[in-house]
Ligand binder design. Structure first.
Ligand code: NAD
Length: 430
């Protein structure tokens, strides 16, 4: 009962604060964004310590994997906010030639942000940056599985930001389900596809729009003619960073049987010279209790094996052999649309064809995960890997209503005469 009361109270306060109109001025939003940036800079050590406790992430990895990205997003939002929030004039037609016609991005209201545990700061704060920039209030619900981070966020956010507008609510499944009963103006969810469906179902009850940042099995195709050593080094980094628990980690490799041996050997060599992957070995206990080996590569994995049915989200890298690129394209298209697709190939024409003939949330060619790092590219899934997009201006747009505005004068009535019935025409002329 206490939780339900606290959640309702948090939402009520956030809504009242939003309705007070104080998020409307750009200066207010900028001030909140600056405060959020100060929080990240000043509390880096505390955040890294919390992540060490939560997922045994090394102090070295935290800035690189999580904090720099958040800082960059805040900096960009601060720099571009006036541009993003400005009215956007649009093309006119003959009938509206003397009108003022534009799109006005306006805040939606109160956004609910629900985060996953694997990058607990990025998945809550990146949407929050956009929510603040777009002038919304936001209730933030971090994952209970990264508890230290959740508690730290709960303690820090009200010290830096407006207490009423951006409350942090902690709790697990029950608490989140209670939250989902309430009426929000947008729900931004990051987590598994299974829970994503429940979020969407709850949102439908209030006709609340959703952004679902989900997971899936991101394929990684290696062409037999590319530089396999470099390809494998990049893949190994992407697969085993954060112990494979990254939504856009390459899930499995597709390659010609004739290069499989060399792929395994190159990954093994990379792992040998980078023992960090072992040192930071951590699998969340709830996550795949059956999968607890050190970094492992599996050869000749049958396409119908269990490993090929679910997102792996751990340090296991299966290789499925395919005849050629056409075979790989067919393999990918027979499955759910993934969050990311990786293509290692030196033939640009072939690369373009593979992009053209497949679908995924995003693509990186000759590397992994790099499309995520660019704020100008929309990040998000398609089909089972999610809906909606964010990062940079895309978050701002996702969390704004694009209001169609047409302002006309009461003059020039003669232009309108043709649209009135004949009997009215005489009256209008008078
Ligand atoms: P999780 O278990 O932490 O769940 C995510 C959130 O949903 C948490 O806040 C949790 O409290 C809540 N939740 C869990 N079960 C619920 C239920 N039954 N009803 C209501 N709320 C519930 O995270 P997870 O699901 O283990 O996260 C891993 C998944 O997230 C992977 O599939 C991964 O690919 C995906 N992911 C996606 C992105 C992305 O940006 N697309 C980023 C990170 C993780």
């Amino acid at each position: 009962l206490d939780t339900v009361y606290m959640e309702r109270q948090a939402l009520r306060q956030a809504r009242e604060a939003f309705l007070s109109g104080r998020t409307r001025p750009i200066e207010f939003r900028l001030q909140q964004l600056h405060a959020l940036k100060s929080m990240i800079t000043e509390k880096q050590t505390e955040i890294a310590n919390a992540l060490k406790q939560d997922i045994n992430r090394s102090q070295y990895d935290t800035p690189l994997l999580e904090l720099i990205g958040i800082e960059n997003e805040i900096k960009l939002a601060i720099e571009k906010l006036s541009e993003w929030a400005a009215p956007r004039p649009v093309e006119k037609n003959l009938l509206t030639i003397s009108d003022e016609v534009y799109i006005h991005p306006e805040p939606l209201g109160v956004v609910l942000i629900i985060g996953a545990w694997n990058y607990p700061w990025a998945v809550t704060l990146l949407p929050l940056v956009g929510a603040i920039a777009a002038g919304n209030a936001a209730v933030v619900k971090p994952s209970e599985l990264s508890e230290s981070s959740a508690l730290l966020l709960h303690a820090l956010l009200p010290r830096y930001l407006d207490k009423d507008l951006y409350p942090v609510v902690t709790g697990g499944v029950t608490e989140t389900q209670e939250l989902l009963r309430l009426r929000f103006d947008h729900i931004f969810y990051t987590g598994s596809s299974t829970v994503g469906k429940q979020v969407m179902e709850a949102a439908a009850h209030h006709l609340t729009p959703v952004t679902l940042e989900l997971g899936g099995k991101s394929p990684c195709y290696i062409d037999k003619n590319c530089d396999i050593r470099v390809a494998c080094r990049r893949i190994t980094w992407g697969k085993f960073a954060n112990c494979g628990q990254t939504c856009i980690a390459p899930d499995y490799i597709l390659c010609d049987p004739c290069i499989q041996g060399r792929v395994v050997e190159c990954i093994r060599q990379t792992l040998l010279v980078a023992p960090d992957f072992h040192r930071h070995f951590f699998i969340h206990p709830r996550n795949f209790t059956a999968v607890t080996p050190p970094p492992t590569v599996l050869k000749d994995v049958p396409p119908h094996s269990r490993l090929m049915q679910e997102e792996i989200f751990g340090p296991l890298l299966p290789i499925v052999t395919v005849g050629d690129m056409d075979d790989a394209i067919r393999f990918i298209n027979e499955r759910e649309k993934p969050l990311a697709l990786y293509i290692f190939c030196s033939n640009k024409k072939a690369v373009k064809r593979m992009i053209e003939e497949t679908s995924s949330g995003g693509v990186t060619v000759n590397d992994v995960m790099m499309h995520y790092t660019l704020c100008s590219l929309p990040f998000g899934g398609v089909g089972q890997s999610g809906m909606g997009r964010y990062h940079g201006r895309h978050t701002f747009d996702q969390l704004s209503h694009h209001r169609a505005c047409l302002i006309r004068s009461l003059g020039l009535e003669s232009v309108n005469l043709s649209r009135y019935p004949p009997q009215d025409r005489r009256r209008a002329r008078r």
